[in-house]
Write a protein that binds this ligand. Structure first.
Ligand code: DAT
Ligand code: MG
Length: 183
């Protein structure tokens, strides 16, 4: 089965409200693998790139202000089916529509303060975590990680090598509980 990555972010309201531990805990208990984690103040440029599909929406400027208004917690989680499963744990975009038991359903009331982001597809998971990996795997399947890390990497536009994580910020590891989660 295909192992995917998703980019999960506790937004500034979640950090301010002290919900970081609660949110991380839900993904840990589910059984996904944490492979990247940092507290991070996001620039306007990064927020605009992350949400570029929505840049024509009327709420876009307000949303960029909100996302850059304080630190966020950036996380990369890995697992089989992690992208749609994380979206289910998170719940609907509008917290008033989100089911009880979901993060937004339990912890938020407004779309403009919905405490958490989760990637909507495996492709966007890759894009949001390390864009370079996506460009490389798609165009140059056999390129090695040495090439990826090399300064002379001919395949990359260095202006857009990473979104939320840089090379070296993700960990490859095997949780001891793995055989008890996956048969
Ligand atoms: P999601 O975060 O559930 O993937 P999205 O990608 O459609 O939702 O939108 C990104 C964020 O933009 C969302 O978390 C909250 C904000 N947003 C979306 N639609 C909105 C609206 N109609 N009014 C205000 N904010 C909105
Ligand atoms: Mg989205």
């Amino acid at each position: 089965e295909q192992v995917d990555k998703t980019y999960i972010m506790v937004k500034p309201d979640g950090v301010q409200r002290g919900l970081v531990g609660e949110i991380i805990s839900r993904f840990e208990k589910k059984g996904f693998k944490l492979i990247g984690l940092k507290l991070f103040q996001c620039s306007k440029e990064l927020a605009e790139e992350h949400y570029k599909d929505l840049n024509q929406k009327p709420f876009f400027p307000k949303m960029i202000n909100y996302i850059t208004s304080g630190p966020v917690v950036s996380m990369a989680w890995e697992g089989i089916g992690v992208v749609p499963s994380a979206r289910k744990l998170i719940g609907a975009t509008d917290p008033l529509q989100a089911e009880p038991g979901t993060i937004r359903g339990d912890l938020a009331v407004q779309r403009g303060r919905n405490v958490i982001h989760g990637s909507d597809s495996p492709e966007n998971g890759e894009r949001e975590i390390v864009l370079a990996t996506l460009l490389l795997t798609r165009k140059h399947q056999r390129a090695t990680s040495e090439v990826l890390q090399s300064e002379q990497n001919p395949y990359l536009d260095h202006k857009t090598t990473a979104l939320w994580f840089k090379e070296g910020e993700l960990c490859e590891w095997t949780p001891i509980q793995q055989p008890w989660l996956i048969e």
